[in-house]
Ligand binder design. Structure first.
Ligand code: A3P
Length: 305
């Protein structure tokens, strides 16, 4: 099946999720070629859920012995987080630019937007850890709307917010249906708590230290008492904050190796921006859909969804 996608061109349903032919090719290449290692850490998100933020936190957390936060030669001060933690499926496809994953030092930090069922088999079968991050559907939708608007500047065929909203509600969005993506990882996080950690953007905003601690414990690199007393967590959070990252020269004016402008990944970084765009009808319609889709799952009890 095919549908008109957010970028104006057609997107296709592959293994139950929607994506462009280019992305599907990347996913297939990844499924065929990627060999997971037990020590791998894979960050998984639906697009526009705060991937850039969590990539920063992960990188600084895992490498904190080698590069203390804010140290002058810290890679995060000169590189965009997407250049530090590559997407598996996106980078694999870009014109033969397959990074040599085997040469990455352990633990390899990687990321993907793939639904759980489409992850390469070796990721599912190994001890590879998946850190999952999602975000309130309305804010994710608005963030995606802005992001694709920016990308679409070079395209002629522009969709209205109403049209895009209708397709989102039908489940047609990049790597969607949005709710299936979330439900599948939620289920895995309950069944295999050592394999999948389920995080929410809003939870990190409200309780940053607690969530960072959870992340460190899940990754088996917990903070020592000494680190806690010396304010290491505060430093990591400050370094990865929207305010700090968006001001860095590399993020304000630089480009990714794929050509995208780094500033596109830093828009507002707030909770609840959807209220500036949604009508009451749109809000009620999405509430109803989410309620229906999540009614069978304990996820309905989590705040922010
Ligand atoms: P908004 O469009 O709502 O501002 P992704 O990284 O998955 O593409 O998600 C992008 C969203 O995360 C954008 O949301 C962006 O502003 C926000 N973001 C990026 N860096 C952030 C940070 N350090 N802290 C909080 N939010 C951040």
């Amino acid at each position: 099946p095919k549908e008109k996608g957010w970028m104006g061109s057609y997107i296709y349903n592959y293994q139950g999720f929607w994506a462009s032919p280019r992305t599907i090719q990347g996913v297939i290449a990844c499924q065929q070629q990627f060999q997971a290692q037990d020590s791998d850490i894979i960050l998984v998100t639906p697009p526009k859920s705060g991937t850039t933020w969590l990539k920063s936190l992960l990188f600084v957390l895992v490498n904190r012995m080698k590069y203390p936060a804010f140290e002058q030669n810290h890679p995060l001060l000169v590189k965009n987080p997407h250049d530090l933690i590559p997407f598996l499926e996106i980078r694999l496809y870009v014109d033969g630019l397959v990074p040599n994953f085997a040469s990455f030092t352990s633990p390899r930090l990687l990321s993907t937007h793939m639904p759980f069922a489409s992850l390469p088999k070796s990721v599912q079968d190994s001890k590879t850890k998946c850190v999952y991050l999602c975000r309130n559907p309305k804010d994710t939708f608005i963030s995606m709307w802005h992001f694709t608007n920016n990308l679409r500047l070079h395209h002629i065929d522009i969709h209205s917010i109403e049209e895009i909203f209708e397709s989102f509600c039908k489940g047609v969005s990049p790597y969607g249906p949005f709710w299936n993506h979330i439900l599948d990882y939620w289920k895995q996080s309950i069944e295999k708590p050592n394999k999948v950690l389920f995080l929410m953007y809003e939870e990190i905003k409200v309780q940053p230290k607690l969530q960072l601690k959870r992340l460190a414990e899940f990754l088996e690199c917990p903070f020592s008492i000494e680190e806690e007393n010396c304010g290491v967590m505060d430093e990591i959070l400050r370094m990865c904050s929207f305010e700090n990252l968006s001001k860095l020269e590399v993020n304000a004016n630089g480009k990714l190796s794929t050509g995208a402008e780094n500033k596109m990944f830093f828009r507002k970084g707030e909770v609840g921006d959807w209220k500036n765009y949604f009508t009451i009808e749109m809000s009620e319609k999405l509430n109803h859909i989410i309620e229906q889709k999540f009614q069978e799952s304990e996820i309905k009890n989590t705040p922010y969804i």
